[in-house]
Write a protein that binds this ligand. Structure first.
Ligand SMILES: C[S@@+](CC[C@H](N)C(=O)[O-])C[C@H]1O[C@@H](n2cnc3c(N)ncnc32)[C@H](O)[C@@H]1O
Length: 192
């Protein structure tokens, strides 16, 4: 199977901004648990049509930046059609490569993306490279043992223990997380 087989079909982008999804994940509430501050620079991995991008933009405010990275032109077009505020900067890039300079972002946020990217170790190396000293990473992804049956095929999902191991082996320390969900896991990490 090629890594492209795991990619979310951009023709279904509208489903990513549904009211049902907003009720399920409560994006602003979840993001507010992180310590992202006004004026900071956030890199969003696999932004899609902007479900998390808009609340991130609200949190960093007009003096911050949200790099909205996605490989899909259709996804970035769908984001543009929603007229994001000026602090949102679309970035077409194919992970694991991140087309940003070294030490240029304060936060990396990636929701439902890491199971679509290979190799994970390469992505971790790129995340470390672009993070500024004191930077933070937060990743949300599907649990292989999720209670509900929606989401990507279970065989595509990453075991959270394997993700934790890869983060540690990539020179990151795991930070405590109190959020729990029956269908997804959240991780926070920082360079050691
Ligand atoms: C399941 S969607 C999630 C979108 C968004 N994070 C959300 O939760 O609403 C995954 C997104 O990652 C993008 N993506 C998949 N593989 C990628 C890659 N290698 N590089 C950049 N973006 C990628 C897809 O185009 C898609 O927009």
């Amino acid at each position: 199977m090629s890594r492209h087989d795991r990619r979310f079909d951009p023709n279904h982008h509208a489903a990513l901004n549904s009211a049902e999804r907003a009720a399920r994940w409560q994006p602003m509430r979840l993001l507010q648990r992180l310590d992202i501050r006004p004026g900071q620079t956030v890199l969003e991995l696999g932004c899609g049509p902007g479900f998390w991008t808009f609340p991130l933009a609200d949190i960093v405010g007009p003096h911050g930046v949200v790099w909205a990275l996605d490989v899909s032109r259709e996804m970035l077009d769908a984001l543009a059609q929603r007229h994001p505020p000026g602090q949102v900067r679309p970035l077409r890039s194919e992970l694991p490569r991140i087309d940003l300079p070294d030490s240029s972002v304060d936060w990396i946020w990636g929701a439902f993306i890491i199971h679509e990217v290979e190799p994970l170790a390469g992505l971790i190396g790129e995340m470390r490279r672009v993070l500024r000293p004191g930077g933070r990473i937060s990743l949300l992804d599907w649990r292989p043992d999720a209670v509900h049956d929606d989401g990507p095929p279970r065989r595509h999902r990453l075991d959270p223990e394997n993700v934790r191991r890869a983060l540690r082996e990539g020179g990151l320390q795991l930070l405590p997380v109190t959020w729990e969900h029956e269908d997804a896991y959240l991780m926070r990490a920082a360079p050691t």
